[in-house]
Design a protein around this ligand. Structure first.
Ligand code: HDE
Length: 717
């Protein structure tokens, strides 16, 4: 528990009573993340500032180790208030996990506007360059439970809560710009299909099973998203290396009431990077919390991850001219057609103080929107507008979940909603209805509507058909299920295409019901004949007849923005290099390489057969990780400096040999000294190539992946 600070900011509760009104007013919104932190951490923190252990009602506890018994060896007494309260509270510590996105990691930060866009939106935040607001961002996997691993093949959630002075704005997106389905009414089916199968309770956090692919094969609209899901996008290296997308088409509305369509993008400053599948699987075993730990350690060490917020803005005319419907969440707008304009930067600079209070209790809702931003009629988005508010009641147990510090806005909020379970605010006066004339009688009348500045829905809506007609249909243009799936596949590098084909083979190989595989194969033919053939070959199946497409796919060309490898950054920033050493290694050479890597923004972890201090040339060195527990999959690149006799000994150790074999197979840089080259690399079948420099030449090569090596280590056919 933190000691309270004497600063005045700290003594302010997050929500104080406004003088002379029944309204609740939070302390001022501030761009200073540190200040906000204190407010959140200490609001309602009644136990701060004392070393005395008490129960929840403030009574000091004399003995917290022994329950109260009738005699030394007798039964425990029901009178034991300390035992009962402690166990009672413990019994109820868990809340329902999120039905999707249960596993997540989050951090606080700040968002700064780098380009004002008042012509496009009246949103207060975007009126001036330099405006800032605190943010809270949660990344997640979708299918697995809260305790599942960090690196399954899965979509990543990318949810950002902006605490703006005009209220909270939640941009609840994913790391993929499109979605599996077009209409929210299909969401429960999708989630039931992908989660562990109902009768057997497995597989956990995996889409490689019958029910998922059965659903997918029957839902051709999912084919574009399937290309993304089977690509390297779903096995990111770190959460700091993923893009984020708002997915749906939203609206920006300016002060004149003019509206434009908008798509939101987050671009990682560290660039995009993914693992190979083999690497992701091995990381899951070596460190199930790999992404959570990485995010935590990066922030903890002051290497704050950042993303640029970009927008693609377009009008009704552009929308009408596209061969797809911009309201269809299975479609993206190629960046080559509408460039992404960067308008701000988010920097995550503070870890949570308490995982449950913040990461678990945070409640994101697409309905948290501010004047100047509005929804479109995307039928997937429309369903989400209901779902998120609804689910919080089941998860957090009360309609007052907005009062939990992480969810409360940092601007004033006042209305006539009252009472309910776990009400923590104390509104004064009797004005709890409107209209009222209590102010005329000298009493507090409470807040009033704000027609000028309040949220009002954008009405000039060309998408609306005849509002009197009630229909359950899909708009005609939603029927093209393959054109963009093909565009995505053709935009990838050869290696990426091979990874995608292998992912499909892997997933479908886990499907037991044969016709399910056949159906998926028949759909792949509409995307790319060669892809269908490769997957069929991988499964030793015949290519089935082509599935009939609702609308014949059209050729949309390619887009480099869809490929990870085409955008890869040659940088050490945010990358971690593992240096292997052992007794007698040259400390000065290791120190020199460490300094060079760190000077370029990289991080070094020392690995040795033993973690305790080891005698090396020039002193002692203490490792960050033991070789057996720190496989090379933990690093972006590796280096080894070993005395020849130690290298010869390690060559007899399967774990050490695997360290190099994996780094090689995962196309990483291996900077190796003479001893390593002589004894270890041959055992690991490492061939010297441009990615295997001498130890002292590491900096010339850096932590890039050497994809041209891949055909030597993996069948890419
Ligand atoms: Fe979600 N989604 N979703 N989703 N979603 C939830 O809300 C839902 C969809 C996304 O870190 C739930 O608080 C429906 C698209 C993220 O806390 C739930 C539909 C996108 C998170 C829910 C979708 C998302 C959620 C579960 C189809 C990308 C995690 C717990 C109409 C744009 C937020 C919760 C966090 C969470 C419903 C589809 C992103 C049940 C009905 C599309 C990042 O309300």
């Amino acid at each position: 528990m933190k000691k309270p600070s004497a600063s005045p900011a700290n003594q302010n509760a997050l929500h104080e009573r406004a003088p002379g009104s029944g309204a609740m007013v939070p302390t001022e919104a501030t761009g200073n993340a540190g200040e906000t932190h204190q407010q959140i951490a200490h609001d309602g923190d009644h136990s701060s500032g004392t070393d005395h252990l008490t129960d929840n009602f403030g009574h000091r506890i004399a003995d917290n180790q022994n329950s109260l018994k009738a005699g030394e060896r007798g039964p425990t007494l029901i009178e034991d208030l300390i035992l009962r309260e402690k166990i009672f509270h413990f019994d109820h510590e868990r809340i329902p996990e999120r039905i999707v996105h249960a596993r997540g990691s989050a951090a606080h930060g700040v968002f700064e506007v780098t380009k004002a866009i008042p012509g496009l939106t009246k949103a207060a935040l975007f009126q001036k360059k330099g405006n800032t607001c605190p943010v809270f961002t949660r990344f997640s996997t979708v299918a697995g439970g809260a305790g599942s691993v960090d690196t399954p093949r899965d979509v990543r959630g990318f949810a950002v809560k902006f605490y703006t002075e005009a209220g909270n704005w939640d941009l609840v997106g994913n790391n993929i710009p499109v979605f599996f389905i077009q209409d929210a009414i299909k969401f429960p089916d999708l989630v039931h299909a992908v989660k562990m199968e109902a009768d057997r309770g497995f597989p956990q956090a995996a889409s490689a099973h019958d029910t998922f692919w059965d659903f997918i094969g029957l839902m051709p609209e999912s084919m574009h998203m399937i290309m993304w899901a089977m690509s390297d996008r779903t096995i990111p290296r770190t959460l700091r290396n993923i893009e984020g997308f708002g997915v749906h088409t939203f609206r920006l509305v300016n002060a004149k009431g003019e509206g434009k369509f908008v798509k939101f993008h987050w671009k990682p400053v560290l660039g995009l990077e993914s693992t190979t599948w083999d690497e992701a699987v091995k990381i899951a075993g070596a460190d199930p919390d790999f992404h959570r730990r990485d995010l935590f350690e990066a922030i903890d060490s002051g290497n704050f991850p950042a993303w640029d917020l970009g927008i693609q803005v377009f009008d009704e005319e552009f929308a009408a001219a596209q061969p797809y419907d911009v309201l269809d969440a299975t479609k993206l707008i190629p960046e080559e057609l509408v460039p992404v304009e960067i308008i701000g930067r988010m920097t995550l600079n503070r870890n949570v103080d308490n995982f449950f209070a913040e990461t678990e209790q945070v409640a994101f809702m697409p309905t948290n929107i501010v004047p100047g931003i509005d929804f479109s009629n995307d039928p997937l988005l429309q369903g989400r507008l209901f779902s998120y508010l609804d689910t919080q009641k089941s998860r957090l147990g009360t309609t007052n979940f907005h009062q939990i510090p992480i969810n409360a806005p940092k601007c004033p909020f006042h209305n006539f909603q009252r009472d309910g379970m776990m009400q923590t605010l104390v509104p004064t006066g009797r004005a709890n209805y409107e209209p009222n004339s209590l102010a005329d009688a000298g009493e507090t009348g409470g807040p009033r509507e704000c027609p000028e500045t309040g949220f009002s829905s954008f009405t000039e809506n060309a998408e609306r058909n005849d509002p009197t007609e009630k229909v359950r249909v899909r708009a005609e243009l939603f029927g093209d299920h393959y054109s963009q799936a093909r565009m995505f596949f053709l935009s990838l590098t050869e290696n990426e295409q091979a990874h995608l084909a292998s992912a499909l083979v892997f997933e479908l190989s886990k499907v037991v019901i044969e016709p399910v595989r056949t159906r998926v194969l028949s759909r792949l033919r509409n995307i790319d004949e060669n892809l269908a053939q490769r997957v069929a070959d991988g499964l030793a199946m015949d290519v089935p007849a082509k599935a009939k497409a609702k609308r014949e796919p059209v050729d949309l060309g390619t887009s480099d923005a869809l490929s990870i490898q085409k955008q890869a950054l040659k940088t050490l920033q945010g990358r971690t290099v593992g240096i292997l050493y052992d007794e007698g290694s040259d400390k000065a050479a290791i120190d020199q390489l460490m300094a060079a890597i760190e000077a370029d923004g990289g991080r070094v972890k020392l690995v040795a057969p033993k973690v305790g201090p080891i005698k090396v040339k020039g002193g002692t060195l203490k490792a960050d990780g033991q070789l057996a527990g720190t496989p090379s999959v933990m690093f972006d690149a590796v280096a080894a400096l070993l005395m020849p006799d130690r290298a010869a000994m390690l060559a007899k150790d399967a774990g050490a040999v695997q360290w190099f074999a994996d780094a090689y197979a995962h196309c990483k840089t291996i900077a190796a000294c003479g001893g390593t080259r002589e004894h270890l690399l041959p055992k690991a079948n490492v061939e010297i190539d441009a990615g295997v420099p001498k130890f002292e030449d590491f900096m010339k090569v850096g932590a890039v992946r050497h994809w041209d090596r891949e055909p030597k280590v993996r069948d890419l056919a």
